[in-house]
Design a protein around this ligand. Structure first.
Ligand code: UDX
Length: 477
């Protein structure tokens, strides 16, 4: 029998898709590996590397280094409306050889490659280096399962849609009740990628391909925990023999690496004024509003959110990052009369330390786009949510957040945004005397405790992380 021996120096090369939603969890995983003696080389694209260097956010140290490879993108492409697609294609085209060359230069030698989703081409890098590969797929387990099932949805004719009218004629409400591991959901809940009329839809094909290619990796790592998505995980484990559910990563980091280096590799400067502003607010009174690192709002959506917030009479902290508004605009796009009207009870910043903000006692609710990192951070902080999904897995995440049979910790806004509903949902979530609000707060406290238990010693996520450490230390030379 082939002898399996321990690697003298396990050395993981980590390469996330270059956006915050992928960099953040990958970095946390890197910190966790490093805390257990694994050497880590974290590879950013040169573009992000330089951005981070300018802000001195890169702090390499013994056993944890940052490196970079070119993303191959022309500068003009960085502001194009389809910049994420261009980036995806460019990485695929131009990054494999530089990654292999980088890995070959590293000492001690790289013993495994860890990728986020959307960079499956780099599985080939691990193959060339003859080392095991792991994929940290950055969505919920239910998001991953839905993405895997896009193929069947296509084969059964649910998507692409026959014509544009199917987007609004109720067709998206078609029940999908045949996905093992999931409760009946609406077709529209599955993913934004089913909402296409294009039979050659690039996004649909890419998502499908990327999720299915995870089967080629030695392990699938998910930022979730077993108690949160038990049925989905059972179904996934039938297809993927090695699934490591190690989340919420924010909680695991807090427990295992703190006090230690901050997990912050924010691509934007965090505004430090938030904490003092929150300190001056009453417990549970503030609504935190953020739509993550990729969402782009139309001017009319921006206005509905703004006037909805104005309508609540509550204090709110809103992250309006550069580029949040169509036309590559940010705060300057906010209506001036809205700014005047809410001046005494709001703080608007370009970016903040979101995990810290969510865990601040003043924060009592989160108006979110339901990105998975934000969702897990909110679960860990015990903060209930108003959900405004708009892309990819955000629909299915919000379905689970809001489902009373599932997590019961949120309310979802209609797809046709209305300021009245924004205000009404926030009030229902946070207002005193709201029965539903009280129930969601109780559920949020329950899930917070479960998230903490899962990541604590003896908990499911803690043990899975230990298993992952063990596997990484095995060297099958
Ligand atoms: C992307 C996809 O859009 C999302 O659907 C998928 O689930 C993950 O990848 P993104 O849209 O950026 O992510 O959202 P999210 O997953 O919530 O990640 C945003 C990250 O940025 C979070 O970790 C959050 O803490 C951080 N953030 C956000 C900040 O640190 N500061 C801010 O001000 C806002």
């Amino acid at each position: 029998m082939e002898e399996i021996k321990r690697a003298a120096a396990p050395h993981a090369m980590l390469f996330p898709f270059p956006c915050s939603g992928h960099i953040n969890p990958t970095l946390k995983l890197g910190e966790l590996l490093h805390s257990r003696g694994v050497r880590v080389t974290f590879v950013n694209t040169e573009h992000n590397h330089e951005r981070l260097l300018r802000r001195s956010a890169l702090r390499g140290r013994e056993g944890f280094r940052f490196e970079s490879v070119p993303d191959g993108l022309e500068n003009a492409d960085r502001r194009a409306p389809d910049k994420t697609v261009r980036l995806y294609l460019s990485l695929r085209r131009s990054c494999r050889a530089p990654l292999v060359a980088l890995a070959r230069r590293l000492v001690p030698r790289v013993t495994c490659v860890v990728l986020s989703g959307l960079v499956s081409f780099a599985l080939g890098v691990a193959e060339e280096l003859a080392v095991p590969s792991f994929v940290l797929w950055g969505t919920s387990a239910c998001g991953f399962l839905c993405t895997l099932r896009l193929r069947q949805l296509r084969q059964r004719g649910y998507t692409p849609l026959k014509d544009e009218s199917y987007l609004t004629n109720g067709y998206l409400d078609t029940p999908i009740d045949w996905i093992t591991g999931m409760p009946p959901v609406r077709l529209g809940d599955i993913s934004s990628f089913v909402r296409t009329v294009d039979p050659t839809s690039f996004a649909l094909r890419v998502e499908e391909e990327e999720a299915n290619s995870c089967a080629k990796a030695q392990g699938l790592i998910l930022n979730t925990f077993d108690e949160l998505e038990p049925d989905v995980l059972d179904a996934l484990r039938d297809e993927f023999p090695r699934v490591y559910t190690i989340g919420p990563l924010a909680a695991a980091m807090h427990l295992r690496v703190n006090p230690g280096p901050s997990a912050g590799l924010s691509l934007w400067e965090e505004d430090a004024s938030c904490m003092a502003w929150l300190d001056a607010r009453q417990a549970g009174s503030v609504l935190y509003v953020s739509f993550g690192s990729l969402a782009v709002l139309s001017l009319s959506q921006l206005a509905e959110f703004a006037w909805g917030l104005a309508g609540t009479q509550r204090p709110f902290l809103w992250v309006v990052r550069p580029g949040l508004v169509a036309g590559d605009r940010g705060m300057e796009a906010l209506p001036s009369d809205f700014l005047e009207e809410t001046e005494n009870r709001r703080l608007i910043v370009e970016w903040c330390a979101q995990e810290q903000v969510l865990r601040h006692p003043a924060v009592g609710g989160f108006l979110t786009h339901s990105g998975w990192n934000s969702t897990t951070e909110s679960i860990w902080a015990g903060v209930p949510m108003v959900c405004a999904p708009g892309f990819a897995d955000q629909y299915i995440n919000s379905r689970y957040v809001c489902g009373e049979e599932e997590w019961g910790i949120g309310l979802r806004l209609d797809e046709q945004l209305r300021r009245e509903q924004v205000a009404a949902h926030v009030e229902e979530l946070m207002g005193e005397g709201s029965k539903k609000g009280e129930e969601m707060k109780r559920n949020a406290a329950k899930w917070k405790a479960r998230a903490e238990a899962a990541t604590a010693p003896g908990g499911s996520a803690h043990e899975n992380l230990e298993r992952l450490f063990e596997v990484l230390r095995l060297d099958e030379e």
